[in-house]
Design a protein around this ligand. Structure first.
Ligand SMILES: [Zn+2]
Length: 280
């Protein structure tokens, strides 16, 4: 989404102009680099210069130094390398005041979890929404409007984060929208009205899909197969499944192994409720 409110209008205009010119610059840099390299090679041969790469870096820096609308360390060659990689890969510089994914505000933004950290959701890009402080708060309180919810592009998030958003966050919003409709004014939803149970059911199914009855697998392999954003909650689920005898834990050659003791894991309401109480 295009930033709605630039950090500094003049600065942003300049950056936009620069960005348009990136392909031209890139071509010029490549040409200059080739030329300089050749000249340097000749110079080295003549004993005038000793470091071709240094000259190459100087040219690159000269072109990219002003491309970001925040201060950057001119002696930091990692920054330059990152910018070059981003331009080559995306055709633009990423991560410069990323705007709110709902309104486009980019003066101040937060990185907010989709699967919350209390459930083990990570701060990886695919579990994060970039939101302005207002929309962050509204999102966390399930108070976005329908139009604000609709504008979020969930396909850019991890499959499991999208699952959480639709099964928990959206459902909580629906409770809020119903209240709005009935009362005519916003009323905060209560914590007990947020229902994570169907998501927990989904996590159990994900775990179940990794087992064949009677065949032992390394616990480590199970966790490796799971999306990072559900590893923490899966540990709790697996603990419950062991306690109930659905999974058996054995030691083999210093590895923790797990064996499924039943044909298929039954995702009972009672099991889900129990796990929900533990993570809540
Ligand atoms: Zn916003």
């Amino acid at each position: 989404m295009e930033p709605k409110y630039p950090y500094d209008l003049e600065e942003l205009k300049q950056i936009e102009k620069l960005l348009e010119k990136v392909p031209v610059y890139q071509k010029k840099i490549a040409e200059l680099s080739a030329e300089i390299k050749e000249l340097s090679r000749q110079a080295v041969e003549a004993g005038a210069f000793s470091d071709i790469q240094k000259i190459d870096k100087l040219i690159t820096k000269a072109f990219y130094i002003d491309c970001e609308n925040r201060s950057f360390n001119t002696s930091d060659s990692d920054t330059i390398a990152r910018l070059l990689a981003e331009i080559a890969w995306h055709g633009e510089i990423k991560n410069r005041n990323i705007p709110c994914e709902i309104c486009g505000e980019n003066r101040s933004t937060d990185r907010c979890h989709i699967i919350p950290s209390k459930l083990g959701g990570t701060a990886q890009e695919n579990n994060i929404l970039i939101l302005c402080p207002t929309h962050h708060r509204l999102f966390d309180r399930f108070m976005l409007s329908k139009a604000e919810w609709t504008i979020i592009d969930w396909d850019r998030k991890s499959k499991i984060s999208k699952k959480y958003a639709y099964s928990v966050t959206l459902e909580a919003h629906r409770v809020f929208w119903d209240k709005m409709k009935n009362n005519g004014e916003p009323e905060k939803i209560r914590e007990y009205e947020v229902n994570e149970k169907s998501f927990i059911g989904h996590v159990i199914e994900e775990i179940s899909s990794l087992f064949i009855k009677g065949r032992a697998v390394k616990a480590e392999s199970v966790y490796q197969m799971l999306d990072k954003n559900i590893v923490e909650i899966s540990k709790k689920v697996i603990r419950q499944l062991i306690d109930r005898g659905f999974l058996k834990q054995i030691k083999a050659e210093n590895h923790n192994m797990l064996v499924l003791g039943v044909e298929k894991l039954e995702v009972s309401d009672e099991l889900v409720l129990r796990i929900w109480q533990q993570v809540g």
